[in-house]
Design a protein. Sequence first.
Length: 277
Amino acid sequence: MRHPGLKLRMAIVGSILFGFYALVAAVLYAMFGGSTMVLALVLAGSVLLIGVQYKVGKWGALRSVGAQDMPEDDPRYREIHRSVERLSDEMGIDKPRLMIAEMGVPNAFAVGRKGAGVVVVSAQLIQLLDHDELEGVLAHELSHIRNRDVVTMVVGQGIATIVGLVAQFAVLFAGDNDLADLFVSMIVGNIVQFLVMLFVLAISRYREYVADSDAAEAIGRGEPLARALEKISGADHSRSRVSEEASALCIFGESRSLLSKLVSTHPPTEKRIEKLR
């Protein structure tokens, strides 16, 4: 079994996350007198919400960076396509669609799932990295696709949204439905959603470590990806044109303060480099 320690932690956090969802179902079941129709509507609404978030999120991330198809017949990108073909074959997934974007910074991200994945690489990343370093980054993104990380995160975000909405509704249901109750319910809903999102973000940070480890295994060693992360983190990110939505998907996302680390989608870069080495 690959990464037993990390996967155990993700399983624990994931169980807590789905425990919130089960609690919401139980609360609604009790509030509506044990109606199975309510449970069916919650399930159907959850699936619909997560499906919409997945489709809109994928489209929004690609559009936000102006991603364009990476021509396979362009001499500048042939070697990248060959590397992705080989790595995809080794990982047992279909070769994803490759796209390039002017992000203003060296970065990359993946969206989609097995059979429908997309890897976006910034032009700045291609210019900055040596080929073995770029292969490490590509392998990291392919690991996200193989492990269905984007789908997992969308499911987690969907659960957080649903739990927050139900908490808001529960406050309104218990009150007099006046303006004060509406105000309080909005505050409670946002606080509850934030607390649940802390568990979602913890899973995200664990999965970055897993993707790093998978990339090192795919290319044979961790040093190239470690060097890539050093170069990326040392670049000037003040001119970044990456939206907040796409930034959460990118290979690099840095957080300095304690609070920002708690709500970060990525673990500290220095710890990632240390583990790779």
